[in-house]
Design a protein around this ligand. Structure first.
Ligand SMILES: [Zn+2]
Length: 174
């Protein structure tokens, strides 16, 4: 077999760079994958978000060309803070806001850090609140999703412990 077949993005030990997919990213992907089964965000949802925000970033109001791939389906409440994937928790965000928002907690406060005056900020906040209110789940639906997500989190721990064992087995063969 040619050497090329085995060429991966993994760099040499010397350079110390990380491979394209580390075990820790794989662990995160497992939980994301399980969560998406019970709490999906569909392509149709994506179209609905683009249409509602009329191709403008919900946070800074910049126009985003859909083809540019600079538009992101940002989580208002982050996944880290147990925010749902559901459309009621998603808004259109530009590259920059999507990146910056991850370092911030409350989206209302985050908007105040974006360009524009206080009237602009207020308008954006009320637009998002209006959006969330049209997509809201009932308390019962929210509770069901939350309980399924905690089940998914439990299951992911089982899968990750198997993954870790297999990684160890494989490393010993090197
Ligand atoms: Zn933005």
């Amino acid at each position: 077999m040619s050497k090329k077949l085995f060429k991966t993005k993994t760099t040499s030990k010397k350079s110390g760079k990380k491979s394209s997919k580390t075990p820790s990213q794989a662990r995160n992907d497992i939980l994301t994958c399980l969560n998406e089964i019970i709490d999906p965000f569909t392509d149709k949802d994506k179209d609905t978000v683009w249409a509602h925000f009329d191709s403008h970033c919900a946070y800074c109001d910049d126009f985003i060309e859909r083809k540019s791939r600079n538009g992101h389906m940002d989580h208002l409440i982050s996944k880290k803070d147990n925010g749902l994937n559901h459309i009621s928790n998603r808004v259109l965000a530009c590259n920059i806001c999507n990146g910056d928002h991850k370092r911030d907690s409350a989206w209302e406060d985050f908007i105040l850090t974006r360009k524009g005056n206080s009237k602009d900020h207020k308008e954006r906040i009320s637009k998002i609140k209006g959006w969330v209110s049209t997509q809201t789940l009932t308390d019962e639906e929210v509770n069901k999703l939350k309980s399924l997500r905690s089940k998914a989190s439990e299951l992911s721990k089982d899968v990750i412990s198997v993954l870790d064992k297999k990684i160890e087995e494989l490393r010993k063969l090197k």
